[in-house]
Design a protein around this ligand. Sequence first.
Ligand code: C5P
Length: 410
Amino acid sequence: MLQWKKNRKLLLAITGGISAYKTPELVRALTRDGFELEIVLTEEAESFVSPMVLSTLAGKRVWKQADYLSDGYGWRIPHIALAEWPDAVLVIPASAESVSRASRGEAGTLIGGILLATRSPVLFFPAMNVNMYEHPATLDNIKALRSLGYHIVEPDTGYLACGYEGKGRLPETDAILQEVWRTICPDRDLEGKRVLVTAGPTWEFLDPVRFLSNPSSGKMGYQMARTAWYRKASVTLVHGPVEKRCTHGIVTVPVVSAIEMYHEVIRRTEENDLIVKAAAVGDFRSSEVAPQKIKRNEDSLLTLSLVQNPDIALEVGKMKREDQVLVGFAAESTDLMENAMKKLARKNMDYIILNDIAAGEGSGFQSDDNRVTVISRSGHMLSLSGTKEEVAYRIWDVILSSKERPGIFE
Ligand code: C5P
């Protein structure tokens, strides 16, 4: 786990909206991810979720409106003690009423008192009926919250518990978690930067049902994208066929073949500041895709004719401006350093991340862990190992603190 993700404290402020019924699930997910929680409910929230369910799942008492300005806890004033404690406050779901009150700084409720007293970042997750959400009064209140420095996570669009379709759904638990991590992340060194990452394998079809590919899971590229987003970049992920993951906050461009990936990357190259080529692009494709499934034959020999795919990294390297950074990956099995350095020079990369694919356990394609060496243009090297998330985060540390970085960061 990333160092800054350890031992984090969250205050969950639950207000009176129907999606409060999802908060027990959220409490489970947050505790599973290692968060310590304090939970505060408004009186209205108790109509939608049971305090007892929440306290059982959190393993501690919850705080109710009746606790506000009460002398039942000795010298500890609940709203001050609760306001000082967390790394972040989540108002979830944020009802129209709670958004309205907070926009005026009202202190008539326990949650209102906490919001005024806290110096921690506050995330509002508005969730309500679409008409209530889109009412100009609510939109004005949300705007006011933004100008007060609160962070607003827009609701999802879809089927609403009240029977309507539209904008107003509470985002999925994974998306909520990602927003929390991004808020807590101590590094914001990619703020204002645009990052393009490629990930996963490509599929090069031979006939309608068969293709050439490789075992790339896309995990390393995904983590490069996710950790860049934590560091406040705007991120686009162009990915081949991979397992579904939470892509909240990241613009995703799914592709299948190398040619598709080539077009999607080239048309976005100019507008991005950093380009990370973590995809395991197929080097060859069939010279023609058979219109029907290829049948077994008499002489038990099938001859395929393959043509070379464009080298996307090479083309990006040719187009690249001085102020753009190109990061490549090299999966090598022999003469590791030498091959990686050659690749870096030939493709005009600024950094290459060498993956030793012969290293076995704890490294490579499908694994959740990786062992890599970051190599810069001038030949500086640093070996890193850990989960792919940890390795990705540290790759960014290296790139973003390097003296070799181009003008873009000066
Ligand atoms: O396949 P190779 O080891 O040359 O890959 C090195 C780098 O080049 C990787 O970053 C990979 O994503 C990129 N590449 C590419 N297009 C290809 C082959 C590789 O962008 N056709």
